[in-house]
Design a protein around this ligand. Sequence first.
Ligand code: AMP
Length: 213
Amino acid sequence: MIIALTKGRILEETLPLFERAGIVPNENLKKSRKLLFETNINNVQFMLLRGSDVATYVEFGSADMGVVGKDLILEHGSEGFYEPLDLRIAQCRLMTAVPSDRKVVSGRVTIATKYINIAKEHFANQGKQIELIKLNGALELAPALGLADAIVDIVDTGKTLTANGLEPQNLIADISSRVIVNKASMKIKHEMVSKIIGLLNKAVKNGKSDIGM
Ligand code: AMP
């Protein structure tokens, strides 16, 4: 059983949750350069991936399960796997943002984002014609540099936007990390998959009651 975890900020919240569920890696994930780790549970391994690769690994069955942000699930498309559990961690919002001093743009709007599919669908639903520019980083700079009129990005505290002269405009989706499961693994390894989902579900609920919710 291979569980693909998203590296980076999501991992910081994922590991304590798995620990509460009783699943811990046998070595320190952050100190090692390895990508595959044994855990305290026989036959359960953690794999560390970039978020944008987790859905692909799970869809094609190289990983049985995964933890990934809903933003990347929406961008990837969710037909290739099941999404049985909301872990309620790494919560943030996917939003459009515009320069504070240039909120209204007439004519065809140019949007910079790494979420090309999400942006396409969002603006199509609104009946708006847009140009899309795919960027993988530093897209908060795109409006100031004249590359785009607005951006579509993740907003948590909003500090990154403010620091770059932008402000949030429209909410596209509320985001949190989800457990996804390969469709074949759900059948073939059903007992193990449902056991892990049950343990994680309990850990999510206990976590909430810890902070009085
Ligand atoms: P903030 O300045 O707190 O609004 O954080 C915004 C930046 O942090 C965004 O540009 C994202 O790249 C990143 N970020 C914040 N929360 C998340 C999350 N849950 N998942 C992925 N990226 C995030």
